[in-house]
Design a binder for this molecule. Structure first.
Ligand code: SF4
Length: 325
């Protein structure tokens, strides 16, 4: 049985905006009470439309943002209130890969310089050793050793993402958050990067949190999937169960949008009305009620909690959903 590497409990991230002389402070309820456990060697897909809070969950659980409330545990240790200085050592264990690697790759430095940085920050190795490690990492992610002497802008998007991955794995982390890591890439390059991540995961027994707005991207790689809507998880379960028998109407709509090349297996597409409401002013009751074709009065008044549907970890938050027999 794999061990839980990271847990979050009732995590909230409310960003304050405004609050000047003439305006009242308002809050963006980006993450509003999310609980998750991520195990060693597991891939958890975190999906939902833009604005649902999935990237904020990823960044808050790494403590790149200080949580408003809730708890974060790394290997059983409560790290919620650790200072930046206290987190410095833990940063080795918890990494992130961004959608646009250019954001994290300093364009004025060579790839070798960028990749040696994590070792320098943590005072690991001599310059000669770092050079060797950088070359080994480049080869591991499918790039030539000579890439170390070039600059990020000289590479394609897929190659830059390989550099981002090499940097993320340099210090042998235990968990990596992949924040829309393949969303900007062509489909063929996407699958190469996904395969690389899966190979590295196996080799290093990594826990991966794979954040994507597109369920078809996470479908094949996730052990479990959590679906988010307006700051909350509305359904979670093992990937196969979630795809075979999605219970929440939002999950059903997302799954219906996945293209199936086999015309005999194509589902009727469920078209959602409108966009995700503003996280500054979430609707009463079920946050999804304005877009849900099954909404009734109770949905507009009472917020449904996540309930267990089986004893395998499948949960959904919807008044219409009952536990399996
Ligand atoms: Fe739809 Fe109601 Fe279920 Fe929300 S609680 S998803 S509005 S049926």
């Amino acid at each position: 049985m794999s061990e839980v590497v990271l847990s979050i409990r009732d995590l909230k991230q409310h960003f304050a905006i405004g609050g000047g002389l003439f305006s009242k402070k308002k809050y963006v309820y980006a993450v509003d009470g999310v609980s998750l456990d991520i195990k060693t060697g597991e891939t958890l897909g975190l999906v939902g439309e833009s604005g649902c809070g999935k990237s904020t969950v990823g960044r808050t659980l790494l403590k790149l943002y200080e949580p408003t409330s809730g708890k974060i545990f790394f290997e059983g240790r409560d790290i919620t209130d650790l200072s930046v200085k206290e987190m410095a050592n833990l940063r080795k264990e918890m990494q992130i890969i961004f959608q646009d690697p250019m954001e994290s790759l300093n364009s004025r430095h060579t790839v070798g310089g960028i990749m040696a940085e994590p070792f320098e920050i943590h005072g690991i190795g001599t310059p000669e050793e770092r050079r060797v490690w950088v070359e080994e990492l480049l080869v591991k992610v499918g790039l030539p050793k000579t890439a170390a002497d070039r600059y990020p802008h000289e590479f394609s998007g897929g190659q830059r993402q390989r550099i981002g991955i090499a940097r993320a794995i340099a210090l042998k982390p235990k968990i990596i958050v992949c924040d829309e890591a393949v969303s900007a890439l062509d489909v063929s390059v996407q699958s190469q990067i996904v395969n690389l991540l899966l190979d590295l995961q196996q080799e290093m027994n990594l826990a991966l949190i794979f954040i994507a707005h597109d369920l078809s991207v996470v479908k094949h790689i996730s052990d479990r999937i959590a679906v988010m809507y307006l700051g909350k998880i509305v359904e979670i379960g093992d990937a196969e169960t979630l795809y075979r028998t999605p219970k929440h109407p939002y999950t059903q709509a997302l799954i219906s949008a996945i293209p199936n090349p086999d015309p005999r297996k194509r589902n009727k597409r469920i078209i959602l009305k409108g966009d995700v409401p503003s996280p500054m002013d979430p609707p009463d009751g079920c946050h999804f009620n304005a877009r849900c074709m099954h909404a009734t009065d109770i949905c507009r008044q009472t917020r449904p909690e996540l309930i267990a549907l089986d004893n395998q970890g499948h949960q959904a938050a919807c008044h219409l959903v009952q536990p399996d027999d």
